[in-house]
Design a protein around this ligand. Structure first.
Ligand SMILES: *Cc1c(COP(=O)(O)O)cnc(C)c1O
Length: 396
């Protein structure tokens, strides 16, 4: 037998974390890493956060799980908080980002089918998008590397270029149910939707009675410097998926919708055994206690600006390695002129700092939202040392 007990679908690196301390990870062999990856935008409060631990401990002792067959005072309270904080009127809780997007897709289709437009089932999505790894969510992505081996895809998705409003308009047909879009593409390389593009999609949805579905699984929960990135555009979606940071490390997500958009989601149409159980609700509550706060979010924006300014100054010293810095809040991309993956490995293995590569030759810089200037200093020192010692041609 040569297959590993852990199904070998991830090319895992040699870092084997066993403990987390605030913004650092400690590996099995005792090495200490500055964590500017945050479990890919998940550990928004860093590691070992007292508030999150306390909330989970307390909830574990009280009641961890009950079925959605029963009333949920815990779910009602968190759903009400999300409704108060966002565009939404109603919330379905999931266990992951992909499931939140799945629920968003079902909600968009059910809207049209509930008003008798059964032919409107198609979502227009955008090149280089990432929406998850389930059958529907890989079908929603144009990226062929995620399709290979898993054909046939689910019908009902059409891809056009990101930030190309004319292409989006031209793609609308009799089967169109709406648009599914990340306001800031994460895996795609921190590509930011233009203001005119998102406004244009909103307008097209209003004109044609289509659903604007936002995937804020990565950009949301303070990552972009506001609770959700859409706030910075002055538009509101009809449906939105959130996950990653919302549990601070506990696996939980949610699909949010307006009353109008959710008109097809009636009793018996959707479900999840674990979705929104009291343990997950305790995690969201502890995260929102910190992040859903104007002063905290202002701090994320200010810290993000300082980090971005330092990065912009730094890349000037290495014009052969780096092209530009982009992003919002602490959702930052460092676009390289060389392959980012081996550079991220070099940072990790030789300078003990974690970041994540993405599409479009980008290194994603995703620190916990609770960093202070000492972490920025440590990051810039390690990044500078990594750039100074990097020889792209010698690394494969
Ligand atoms: C990570 C991600 C997902 C999928 O979330 P999972 O929890 O891995 O299922 C979906 N959409 C976006 C934009 C993401 O970044």
């Amino acid at each position: 037998m040569s297959i590993t007990p852990l199904m070998p679908v991830y090319p895992r690196c040699g870092v084997r974390p066993v403990r987390g301390e605030h913004c650092h990870l400690i590996s099995e062999d005792g090495r200490r890493f500055l964590d500017f990856a945050s479990g890919i935008a998940v550990n928004a409060l860093g590691h070992s956060h007292k508030g999150l631990i306390g909330a989970l401990q307390k909830q574990a002792e009280t009641l961890m799980h009950v079925s959605n067959l029963y009333g949920s005072p815990q779910g009602e309270a968190i759903a009400q908080r999300l409704v108060d904080l966002t565009f939404a009127d109603t919330v379905f809780f999931t266990n992951s980002g992909a499931e939140a997007v799945e629920c968003a897709i079902k909600t968009a289709r059910a809207y049209h089918q509930s008003v008798g437009n059964d032919e409107k089932y198609e979502l227009i999505t955008f090149n280089n998008a990432f929406h998850g790894r389930t059958m529907a969510t890989i079908s929603a992505s144009s990226q062929e590397k995620m399709h290979k081996g898993f054909l046939p895809l689910l019908p009902g998705f059409k891809y056009v270029d990101f930030n190309d409003l004319e292409a989006a308009r031209a793609a609308i047909g009799p089967n169109t149910a709406g648009f599914l879009v990340e306001p800031i593409q994460g895996e795609g390389g921190i590509r930011i939707a233009d203001e005119a593009f998102l406004h244009g999609l909103r307008q097209l949805c209003d004109e044609h009675d289509l659903m604007l579905v936002l995937d804020e699984v990565q950009s949301g929960v303070g990552r972009s410097g506001t609770l959700y990135a859409y706030e910075q555009y002055g538009i509101e979606p009809d449906i939105m998926a959130t996950a990653k940071g919302i549990g601070g490390g506990f696996p939980v997500g949610a699909c949010l919708a307006t009353e109008k958009a959710a008109r097809g989601m009636v009793a018996g149409t959707h479900g999840s055994t674990y979705g929104g159980n009291p343990f997950a609700m305790a995690a969201i509550g502890a995260v929102l206690d910190v992040i859903a706060d104007d002063e905290f979010l202002e701090g994320v924006r200010a810290t993000g600006e300082r980090l971005k300014a330092r990065l912009e100054q730094f890349i000037g010293n290495y014009p052969d390695l780096f092209e530009l810095v982009r992003g919002r809040g602490l959702f930052i991309g460092l676009k390289m002129k060389v392959e980012p993956r081996p550079f991220v490995a070099h940072m990790r293995d030789n300078h003990q700092v974690l970041a994540v590569s993405a599409g479009d030759n980008v290194v994603r810089v995703l620190p916990p939202l609770v960093i202070d200037d000492s972490h920025i200093d440590e990051f810039m020192e390690k990044l500078s040392a990594a750039a100074a010692s990097y020889k792209p041609e010698e690394v494969s």
